[in-house]
Write a protein that binds this ligand. Structure first.
Ligand code: BGC
Length: 756
């Protein structure tokens, strides 16, 4: 029977392989025939990606878009949505351009479409891969219902510097978790068939290494060894590509001194030759023309450099449109380079089914049926709850009782404009549920809510101006700070417990939102101090998009719930957690430092030759701060309490093709049932190159009812023990290893084994 099933499976995969081959042959024939009819100008036109408005993230906006579409000088548009607008633009292309080639329509659908989910850093703290995939599936269903077929997501840049505002858009600092999430998101967006009307092209970005911008300052220089690239920064992009990502966006930064957008090693040698990527490449917003500032030449030179490097589409800069023909005439680019790029753009359109039906994604009946459905909002509520991380809960202040009175304080407690977080270009902030509404809906009948704003998000008008570029996010109250605090203190004194909702304005993270001081802004810290001074128990709920420095005043709060910018259902999710309808289960995907001076700080660092010894002056340390983070990678509490037993191994050694099983028993000895993310880390003790102190290699999420124990096993094999060398090839070196299993990267129990 088993053999029969195996035979059937083999037969099915031969048929699938054959039909994939047929499909690709049909695509080649179609595209080749079309390209035979195209002029050089029309081919170059396909390489032009423009935005007629919407969310603009640079100084340049595309002009005369309709006219350009008509003359075949546009391959795709981004930043517009809705069946009407998309139909109108598509009509110009299909009915008025000479060859009727349809346009492709892109958008930054980053963490949900209209149903906004938590910012990606928050979602990554759920460690819940099926839910993460589903979040991308829902986003794709909503976005395609609104006419879109290409998202500029997932952003998979490993980031270890919380000063960088774009940490909000990624999955944190860890290569393994980041790779798993990258793959899950690609699968969610693209589904199993790109030609279906509810799937869209994913675009893995920003290729590559953008998260390592020096000083955490956006668009800044990156410089790193090949070893670090291959071991730590490149795997998530590779994972997205292995999962089938149809497109790749280049980054703004340098790699080995050459901007990614013009870097042939990156875009051709690595991406296409070594990794076998066959899809579409696109530049980031004006990153082609920005190479002029990088000192790579004039617009003609940088455009030629980019095309030659392997870039297919030029986003907004119009360097390709305006200079490639001249470069062709002058012999600076070849016809086959232009053809190659054009072919890839047309192939993307073909895969989406746009040549069969250019209006495939334009269906007036879909928006009301597919967007912002009750089920999508329910999912958003659940994902927001699972993304939140309980950082502190002294004396079990949480969960709160459903009786008595709550002082609900803070500039973010009843503020719609910041809930969705950065890069929520299609979301409507007014539809988001605030904490005030969430608590009212859940417990309003049995408790009294006393509200006071208490403080401005920031009192600094300059900072407020900078974060208000996309609309009012940080409003400065006409009342002065003392008046606001006084009102809040009176409110707190007359209530049983204080829930303070503090943090950042949404645009304090995201693109071009780097900060040097990553504490909660001073206006709010002052408020927090005053609230604590009332002697009432204080629960601090945080809304923010990066790891913050939470030493000092925040530690005076009895409980801290990191809720991130939780999306459209944020307020409901927070209420669910505060009152114990759900039990927090999120785990940090990025280290929270004690001080900004410790940055970059991350758990999987190398050892030094002089490891930290408190009594030894000449060991690696700061004079004025500990080396330890405030909250380590993988950390997060629950209302349950999990106790880890010792790690036992199935054998003291394994050979290179063997396996070993590491087992641990986790007991929930707390008062609530809960969910734990059991994390397995490996340390390679001796290698041809220095290896990190710890590396996450696997994890398992599991529910453990109160009073019960669960035995968790991990199978360790060579994929957990090998590492990449400086050429990006996998190396497996026999020797001593340690495995650690625990609920975070700091408190994990270990066992030794040998790879023979
Ligand atoms: C960002 C990208 C984004 C693009 C298009 C750029 O400024 O870096 O992440 O996809 O704009 O909006």
């Amino acid at each position: 029977m088993k053999r029969y099933i195996l035979l059937l499976a083999a037969f099915a995969s031969i048929i699938m392989f054959a039909s994939a081959q047929d499909r690709s042959a049909a695509m080649n024939t179609y595209v080749s025939n079309l390209m035979k009819k195209m002029t050089v100008d029309e081919k170059i036109g396909q390489l032009n990606l423009v935005t007629p408005g919407g969310a603009v993230t640079g100084a340049v906006v595309s002009k005369d878009v309709d006219e350009k579409i008509r003359r075949g000088a546009v391959g795709g548009l981004f930043g517009i949505s809705g069946p009407d607008k998309i139909r109108r633009a598509q009509q110009i292309a299909v009915e008025n351009s000479r060859l009727h080639i349809p346009l492709i329509f892109g958008m930054d659908v980053i963490h949900g479409y209209k149903t906004g989910f938590p910012v990606p850093l928050g979602i990554s703290a759920s460690w819940d891969l099926p839910m993460i995939e589903q979040s991308a599936r829902i986003a794709a269903t909503e976005a395609t219902a609104d006419g879109l077929c290409w998202t500029f997501s997932p952003m998979v840049d490993i980031a270890r510097d919380p000063r960088w505002g774009r940490v909000a858009e990624g999955s944190g600092e860890d290569t393994y978790l980041g790779s798993k999430i990258a793959a899950a998101m690609v699968k969610g967006y693209q589904g199993t068939d790109l030609a279906r009307d509810n799937t869209m092209l994913a675009c893995v970005k920003h290729f590559a290494l953008y998260g390592a911008s020096e000083g955490g300052r956006d668009y800044n220089t990156v410089d790193m060894s090949r070893l670090r690239m291959f071991q730590e920064y490149l795997p998530p992009y590779k994972a997205a590509i292995d999962a089938g990502a149809a497109s790749v966006m280049s980054s703004f930064n340098l790699i080995d001194g050459v901007p990614a957008t013009g870097n042939r090693w990156l875009l051709t040698d690595l991406l296409r030759k070594q990794w076998g990527f066959k899809g579409l490449t696109v530049s980031d917003y004006t990153s082609v023309s920005e190479m002029i500032n990088h000192g790579m030449g004039d617009l003609q030179a940088v455009s030629a450099l980019s095309l030659h490097a392997g870039m297919d589409m030029d986003m907004v800069a119009e360097g390709f449109l305006n200079t490639l023909k001249k470069s062709l005439t002058e012999g600076k680019v070849t016809q086959s380079e232009i053809d190659q790029a054009c072919r890839r753009v047309l192939e993307a359109k073909y895969k989406l089914g746009l040549f069969d039906d250019p209006y495939r994604y334009v269906n007036d009946a879909r928006p009301s049926k597919d967007i912002l459905t009750a089920a999508n909002r329910q999912f958003a509520r659940e994902l927001a709850a699972r993304s939140a991380v309980l950082l502190k809960n002294d004396n079990n202040i949480l969960p709160l009782k459903r009786s008595g009175s709550i002082a609900l304080i803070g500039p973010l407690a009843n503020d719609h404009s910041n809930q969705l977080g950065t890069w929520a270009v299609s979301g409507d902030p007014s539809l988001s549920v605030t904490v005030m509404q969430g608590i009212q809906d859940l417990a309003g009948a049995s408790i009294k809510i006393n509200y006071a704003k208490g403080a401005n998000i920031t009192d600094d008008p300059e900072l407020a101006k900078r974060v208000n570029v996309f609309g009012m996010r940080a409003e400065i109250d006409p009342r002065n700070a003392d008046e606001l605090i006084k009102e809040a203190v009176t409110t707190a004194s007359g209530s049983d417990v204080v829930v303070a909702v503090l943090g950042e304005a949404s645009e304090m993270t995201g693109e071009a939102a780097s900060r040097t001081d990553i504490r909660i802004p001073g206006s709010q810290l002052k408020l927090l101090d005053a609230l604590v001074a009332t002697g009432k128990p204080v629960v601090l709920v945080l809304m923010n998009g990066r790891p913050l420095v939470l030493t000092g005043e925040p530690q005076k709060a009895g409980a801290i719930l990191e809720a991130w910018f939780g999306g459209i259902e944020s307020g409901h999710a927070i209420a669910d957690l505060l009152f114990g309808d759900r039990n927090p289960s999120g785990k940090l995907s990025m280290t929270f430092p004690r001080s900004v001076g410790q940055i970059p700080i991350y758990y999987n660092h190398m050892n030094t030759g002089r490891p930290m010894q408190p009594e030894n002056k000449f060991s690696t340390k700061y004079l004025d701060e500990s080396n330890e983070p405030l909250y380590p990678f993988g950390y997060g509490l629950s209302y349950a309490h999990f106790n880890y037993g010792p790690v036992s191994l199935s054998s003291p050694s394994l050979n290179t093709n063997g396996i070993i099983t590491a087992t641990v028993t986790v007991t929930n000895d707390g008062a609530y049932s809960g969910e734990e993310t059991v994390q397995m880390y490996i340390r390679d003790m001796v290698g041809s190159v220095s290896r990190p102190l710890l590396e996450l290699k696997q994890f398992k999420k599991m529910s453990i009812p109160k009073g019960e124990s669960k035995t968790v096993s991990f199978t360790i094999s060579k994929s957990d023990l090998s590492f990449a060398n400086a050429e990006g090839r996998s190396v497996l070196e026999p020797g001593d290893f340690k495995v650690f299993i625990g609920g975070n990267s700091r408190d994990a129990k270990g066992a030794d084994f040998i790879l023979k």
